[in-house]
Write a protein that binds this ligand. Structure first.
Ligand code: PLP
Length: 375
């Protein structure tokens, strides 16, 4: 039996989500753009999912658009803001996900806008004074893009304060909320934010479906052109199956948000306790203060030792799936840009463990003891 502790990369679907999707696969194959009964049924599935997502983030229905992934959502926002909203400068952090950083590389290297980096400290938290300085000293139309929680070290940023600073200087604010959506409450009525993004597969929904929230005041034109789907905002026949599964996953996440959080946090605490008592000089990255650290991610930095090479592979051989950072497409371990940005000692190996409510205390204890043993 394998133990899956890589839930920040992706999560298994719950049986309820699979049931909903199975039902759609068998019964609801209509094209949501068709006006007959089967088309209307498919349309209803999408609109119900939109209601669930909009309620989860406190937006209106017209501000939520389904996409193929959070990668697409983030591309749509960043490129759309530069191409259509007159943005000339983007301020971001060096610890964003590659879908943000590589989009910004593209925009910068093709002369579309300037990109500047806001300092983060050794825990990965953004230096708010630096953000304010950057905004104060240049009045170029600016968008600030800062993720809510980091996918490698779990650092949670204070996006309410960031949003207020952006507002003070008239900057647009985008937050990649992929790791927090459905895990900690998000309310766009309380956060001065113009764009957020999310992805179904991070919260026990299917892969290949995401959403973008675009504030009514800063609506963007379409990123993908074609038919009139998603109210002309995102062409292409909708992924009815995926969107239906996404809706169910969000409903479950929101109905159980506090219980899941409390339970997963207890797993994280137990895990850290065991490692702390069995491994000398273990460091938990981006972990303190606890309320600014995501409850499902523990990035463990370990003392250098000859045995620490190939840790992820050795854990894998022991039946435990973990990760050394973000899920990378090549399968090759590369030095993490996040760990480099927070000044982590590259001689120390690090392993990311990420939990979900589907893990058991026994799994967590087994994994913690196994890590100590492998070392
Ligand atoms: N942003 C963050 C913080 C992520 O962790 C991920 C997934 O790894 C993404 C964006 C991309 O999401 P998707 O897999 O839906 O493209």
């Amino acid at each position: 039996m394998r133990i899956y502790l890589d839930n920040a990369a992706t999560t298994p679907m719950t049986s309820e989500v699979m049931e909903v999707m199975k039902d759609i696969m068998y019964n609801d194959f209509g094209n949501p753009s068709s006006i007959h009964a089967q088309g209307r049924k498919a349309r209803t599935i999408i609109e119900n999912a939109r209601k669930v997502v909009a309620k989860a983030v406190g937006s209106s229905l017209g501000e939520i658009f389904f996409t193929s992934s959070a990668t697409e959502s983030n591309n749509m926002v960043l490129k759309g803001a530069v191409w259509h909203k007159g943005i000339r400068r983007i301020l971001t952090t060096p610890i964003e996900h590659h879908c943000v950083l590589h989009s910004l590389d593209y925009l910068k290297h093709n002369g579309h806008c300037d990109v500047q980096f806001i300092k983060v400290n050794s825990g990965g938290w953004v230096d708010l004074d630096h953000l304010e300085d950057l905004l104060k000293h240049d009045s170029a139309p600016t968008l600030v893009s800062i993720m809510h929680a980091n996918n490698e070290i779990g650092t949670i940023q204070d996006i309410i304060s960031i949003g207020h600073i952006c507002k003070k200087y008239g900057a647009l604010f985008h937050s990649d909320t992929v790791q927090t959506f459905g895990k900690i409450p998000l309310d766009v009525q309380k956060i001065p934010v113009h764009f957020i993004s999310g992805s179904a597969h991070k919260l026990h929904g299917p892969k290949g479906v995401g959403f973008v929230y675009i504030n009514n005041e800063t609506m963007l034109p379409p990123f993908i052109h074609g038919g009139s789907q998603e109210r002309n905002m995102r062409a292409g026949t909708e992924n009815v199956l995926g969107i239906g599964g996404f809706g169910r996953a969000v409903e479950e996440a929101m109905n159980n948000i506090d219980q899941r959080k409390e339970y997963v946090l207890s797993l994280k605490k137990r895990f850290k306790e065991i490692l702390g008592s069995h491994i000398a000089d273990v460091i938990f990255l981006g972990d303190s203060p606890e309320q600014l650290s995501l409850h499902n991610i523990v990035n463990v930095s370990l003392p250098p030792s000859p045995k620490s090479d190939m840790l992820v592979i050795n854990m894998d051989i022991s039946g435990i799936s973990v990760s050394s950072g973000s899920a990378c497409t090549s399968g090759i371990e590369q030095e993490s840009h996040v760990l480099r940005a927070i000044g982590h000692d590259s001689q120390r190996p690090s392993v990311r463990f990420s939990f979900s409510h589907l893990n058991t205390p026994e799994e967590i204890e087994f994994a913690a003891h196994k890590l100590a043993e492998v070392l």
